[in-house]
Structures are given as C-alpha cells and as structure tokens.
Design a binder for this molecule. Structure first.
Ligand code: ATP
Ligand code: MG
Length: 615
C-alpha cells in the first residue's frame, strides 16, 4: 500500500517541496502571531524591558529616527501583526493551491492506472466482480484518496514540526507550564492510535455498503426495460431501500466511534487550559510572570492541541483514504490477465486453419462446459456450429479469441498454439459479430468503425451495404452521422445486429466469427445478410453459430456440440444422411417448407426426438 502511494507521489516531488516550504512558513507565522500582543501587554501597557534581541533590533533602527517611545513600539507591533498575516496568508495560498493540484493529479494518475488495469483484466475477472462495485471504486474511492491527499498529507508533517517548535518556545517561556501541556500528550496519542483501528474497520464497512448502492442503481437503471416490463419497480425500490438503509446503519455505527474522538480531545484541552490559567494567574500575581507571557502561552496551548485535534479529525479522512487505497490496490493486484508467452510471436500472415485438440473448459474449474472438443477448420472454410442453448457454442468461439484459456488441451491457429501468439495481434486477426451487439454512444459511422477507427467513409459505406444496413442508415435524420447509443437514437434489435455485422466487415480480418448473426432478422433480411456474408467469406475462415439451420446449410462443415463434446460433424447432406441430432433438428425447422407432407412424414415424432436430443 505504501509502495503504491510512494510511486504515485514520485513525479510531484518538486511541488511537494514547495508545499512543504510554504507550510513551514505558515507554521512559523502561526508561532509569531501572538508575539505582538505580548509586546503590547508587557512593554507598552506594563513597564517590562523588551527582550534583548528586539531591543537591539530597534536600536539599530534608531538611525531611521525610530525612537524607543511606547507608541512607536505599539505601532511596530501593529505593523508586525499585518506583516505576519500577509506572509502567512500568502504561504497558505501557495500551500492550498499546490496541494490541491498534487491531489488532483495523483487522483488522475490513479484513475488512469486502475482503468488501464481493468481493461487488461480478462473476462473471468468480470465474471466474478460486479460492475457497480468497480464503478464505485474508480469514482468514490479515488475521490476520497484525492481529498485526503489535498487536505492533509503534508499537514501532518507540518503539524509535527509546529508541535516541536512550540514546545521549545514554551519551555523557554516557562518550563513547568510546558510540562503540564506535554504530560497529557502521550495519553492522547495512545488513545488516538487505539481509535484508528476501530475507525478504519467501521469506514471499510461503510464503503462496502456504498458500493452496493451503486451496484443496485446501476443494475436497475441498466435493465430499466426489464424492470418495467415485469412491473418490478417496487422490487428495485426495495432493493435500493435495503442497501441504502444498510449504508445508513454502517455510517451511523462508524460515526458512533469517530464522534467520540474530537470531544475527548477537546475536554482534555479545556482541562489543561484551566490548570494553566489558574497557575498563570497566581504567578502573575506573585510577579514571576508577565501577563503577555501568559497570553502567548495560552495561544500556544490551543495551537499545540490544534495539530492533535487535526490528527484526530484526520483519523477519519485517513481511514477513508486507507480503505480507498485498499480497494484500488485490490483491483491493481488482480492478476486475472490472460498471460502472454515470453516469446510471443505475431501470427502474420495467417491462413486461418483452426484446430481444437482435446479442449476442455469450464468457467468454474469444477464444472466443465466443454469436456473434450476436437475439430479442424481448414483455411477459408465456412463452418457452422449448432447445438442446444447453453451447450457451449459461444464458449467455443470465445476460446479462439482467447477471452479464456482452455483448462486442458489446446487451440491452434495455423499449427501454432494460440497461447504463443501476441494476444493483441491474435485478436486483430478476428472479426466478431457478438450474440448481442452493443452500440457505444457516438455516431453510426463511429460505431461501424469501432474495430478500425481509421476506416474511410467509402469502406464504412461498403460494409454497411454488405450488411444490408445502408438503406436504413440513409433514412436516418443525419445518415451516418446520426447519434446512437445512450441518449442517442435507439435502434431495433435487427438494426443493431446489422451494424454489428458491418462492424465486423470493416475490420476485414482473416477470421470471422458470427454468433447467431441473423437471430434478430426477418427472413428477407436474413437472406440478404447471408448473401452478403457469402460474398464476404471469400478467402476467410468463417465460423457461424446458428440456431436457424437455414443460415448454415451451405457450410463446408457443420459441428454439432452437445454434452461438452462434438456429437456430430459433416456437411449438411452428410449429417442429414446420418439421421442423428442434426437431421432431427432440420426436420423440425425445415420439413414443412421443404414440401414434405406432414402426414406421410412423422414430423411430430421427429420434433419430440429432436427436443429430446437437444434439450
Ligand atoms: P446459446 O445458444 O444460448 O447462446 P451457447 O451454446 O452459446 O448458448 P454458452 O454461452 O457457451 O452457450 O454457455 C455454455 C454454458 O456456460 C452455460 O451453461 C452457461 O451457463 C455457462 N456460462 C456462459 N458464460 C459464462 C460465464 N461468463 N461465467 C460462467 N458461466 C458461463
Ligand atoms: Mg451463445
């Protein structure tokens, strides 16, 4: 944790020194502040002699016709008050400004670092961590670190310096008074350090609850359609109510602990002051101390405890910041990064031969989704993958892009284990049409060019035409410049899917993976998209996952996934002849359209058989 802080602060060492200097000046001016009053009380009002150094100082200015008269001394004291205030305020301005700037920059660096790390983490990290909590860390936790850094880090150092300086002066003024003040300090410090642990625990639980709030709201708003469709607004409200109340309780519990601290310090200070006042009064009456010295002493006493009070208050911000650092550190420490081979190579130029060799994989190591998957895809082939819902089709293709690594076995591309390629360049070889196309906030053009930001307008339009999307895009208010995504124009499922296809086409990669590209399309659009894909497929390896078998009828080979293994593989015709799972499925989907009479052909039986086979 300390290492992280040190690393973050390192670039700002220069500024920190300036801040430290300003703070020292500030603290010195704080020390000097009560002295003019002392001079007035003792040397103007009463008849004591000026301390020797001041006397000499004034004498040296005698040439400037500054006399030793009482009014001159009073005037000088007045000037000193202003000077002290001006210098102190200037130093405080410098301190405030630069501290804030360091705090903000450190927060910026930390945000960038955390987000960069989050981007690098593999999908398996996101399978177990909730977006809301991550969101909350990258915003609120970093915010608390920032406010701690801007408010108090160096303040602690200066406070300590001030305390030491003050102790020196107090001993010089009156040592037995100083002892009164000092005597209590160790107890206070002990008490405060005992408190720290309790405050930190309480703060941690508050932060956890606050992250829950973000998670609930984020999930609720993200799924607002579902919520409304099922009329579950109250349920969502209740969920928020629960976590929000939990936050309130945790915060109150934390407050219970924290709130004790300041009063205890305050009462202690009052007790000390009372003793000093009482004893001071008797010393003045006896004539062994001047009234001015008592004033300085009292001023210091409050000042002396102020850093302690600050430290007490700081316990709170410090605990919050420490918890913040803890949570950020947890993200930075997460090492669910798809490992890159030390001698990783560029897969260029690739032919597109993909082989699965005894691949087993489970999101949870105990529960294998793929048990022993074997198949070979020749370069330039069109491959269809079919199988029951949840059978692992999407999982198989995500292994090709190394979203996950197989538990055992290997996936090879052009005869080389894909783990030996540079991750980035491996993924550059693959275009994806995901099962659910997500649009980013931005224009249609930006969304299509997402996988290749420098694509020309011509390339984008060609891709849109191929994806059969050009027509509806041109009908939009601003054509390709229409804003979509959040707060932009909403698109229908089929339109989104066609944008997704165009996005993959623009990428122009040698391997194309389509996860049910036509699921949200009507039959006519589906036909057009398939035609487009057929044009696109030339010279590429294409893997299409399909529920609707019409999409893949012309595939070079069809893989039927079931029970974690490849149950059948072959061309459409071969699989039909086999009369297995595929042919049963085909009968259900296509038999009537193919003109087979339902009376002579037992479709009903087939349907049952296929259902039984698949689900
Ligand atoms: P569909 O036809 O419905 O798209 P699929 O064949 O693509 O299904 P997969 O998405 O590969 O199926 O999922 C296979 C299994 O893995 C399912 O049982 C699912 O519950 C599980 N699964 C999928 N994604 C994850 C994940 N990120 N974490 C844990 N389990 C997952
Ligand atoms: Mg799927």
């Amino acid at each position: 944790m300390l290492r992280l802080i040190r690393e973050l602060i390192r670039p700002y060492r220069g500024t920190l020194i300036v801040i430290l200097f300003a703070m020292l000046v500030e603290s010195l001016m704080g020390l000097a502040a009560p002295w003019p009053v002392k001079v007035i009380l003792d040397n103007v009002v009463a008849n004591h002699h000026l301390p020797k150094f001041l006397d000499k100082l004034l004498a040296s200015h005698a040439a400037l016709s500054l006399g030793h008269g009482k009014l001159e001394i009073a005037a000088l004291a007045g000037v000193a008050v202003v000077l002290i205030a001006v210098i102190g305020s200037f130093a405080s301005y410098i301190d405030n400004y630069f501290t804030e700037s360091v705090g903000q920059r450190v927060a910026h660096d930390l945000r960038m670092r955390t987000y960069e790390h989050l981007q690098r983490l593999s999908l398996s990290y996101y399978d177990v961590h909730r977006t809301g909590a991550l969101l909350s860390t990258i915003t609120s936790d970093i915010q608390t670190i920032e406010s701690f850094a801007s408010s108090s880090t160096l303040g602690i150092v200066v406070d300590l310096v001030t305390i030491i300086e003050m102790l020196g002066l107090m001993f010089w003024l009156n040592w037995d008074f100083a002892l009164i003040a000092m005597g209590i300090t160790p107890f206070l410090l002990y008490f405060m350090s005992r408190f720290r642990g309790a405050v930190k625990t309480a703060t941690r639980s508050v932060r956890l609850r606050q992250a829950d709030i973000v998670t609930v709201v984020q999930e609720g708003l993200e799924s607002v359609r579902v919520v409304k469709a099922f009329g579950q607004e109250n349920l969502e409200q209740e969920k928020l109510g629960q976590v929000s109340l939990a936050t309130v309780n945790a915060a109150l519990k934390a407050r219970q602990v924290k709130a004790l601290l300041a009063p205890i310090v305050n009462v202690t200070v009052a007790l000390c002051t009372a003793v000093v006042l009482w004893r001071g009064a008797s010393l003045i009456l006896r004539g062994t101390m001047t009234a001015g010295a008592l004033v300085v002493f009292l001023a210091y006493l409050t000042k002396f405890f102020k850093p302690l009070q600050d430290l007490a208050k700081m316990t709170n911000t410090m605990a919050q910041a420490a918890v913040g650092v803890e949570r950020v550190q947890a993200i930075l420490d997460a090492d669910m990064i798809i490992p890159e081979h030390s001698e990783a190579q560029e897969p260029l130029p690739i032919r597109g031969e993909i082989v699965f060799e005894h691949v087993a994989f489970g999101y949870d190591k105990e529960d294998l989704i793929l048990r022993d998957v074997n198949f070979r895809i020749e370069p330039g082939q069109l491959i269809g993958i079919v199988g029951p819902t949840g059978g692992g089709k999407s999982t198989v293709v995500s292994l090709i892009a190394r979203f996950y690594d197989p538990t055992s076995g290997a996936v090879t591309l052009d005869g080389v284990d894909i783990r030996r390629y540079k991750l980035r360049s491996l993924r550059d070889q693959i275009g994806f049409v995901l099962q659910d196309t997500v649009l980013f906030q931005g224009t249609i053009r930006e969304n299509i060019a997402y996988g290749r930001p420098h694509a020309t307008q011509q390339e984008i339009e060609d891709a849109a035409k191929m994806a059969n999307a050009n027509e509806f895009i041109e009908r939009m208010p601003n054509g390709y410049e229409t804003l979509v995504g959040e707060r932009g124009l909403a698109l229908s499922g089929g339109q989104r899917q066609r944008i997704g296809i165009a996005r993959a086409i623009v990428r122009n990669s040698p391997i194309l993976i389509l996860d049910e590209p036509t699921a949200a399309l009507d039959t006519e659009s589906e036909r057009l998209v398939i035609e487009a894909l057929e044009r696109l497929m030339k010279g590429r390896t294409v893997i299409t996952i399909a529920h609707r078998l019409s999409t893949i009828r012309d595939a070079d080979s069809i893989i039927v996934l079931k029970g974690g293994v490849v149950a059948e593989q072959g061309t459409h015709q071969e699989l039909l002849n086999r009369k297995g799972i595929y042919s049963d499925l085909y009968m259900i989907q296509l038999a009537p359209a193919a003109g087979i009479s339902t009376r002579t052909d037992p479709v009903i039986t087939n349907l049952n058989k296929a259902e039984a086979a698949l689900y």
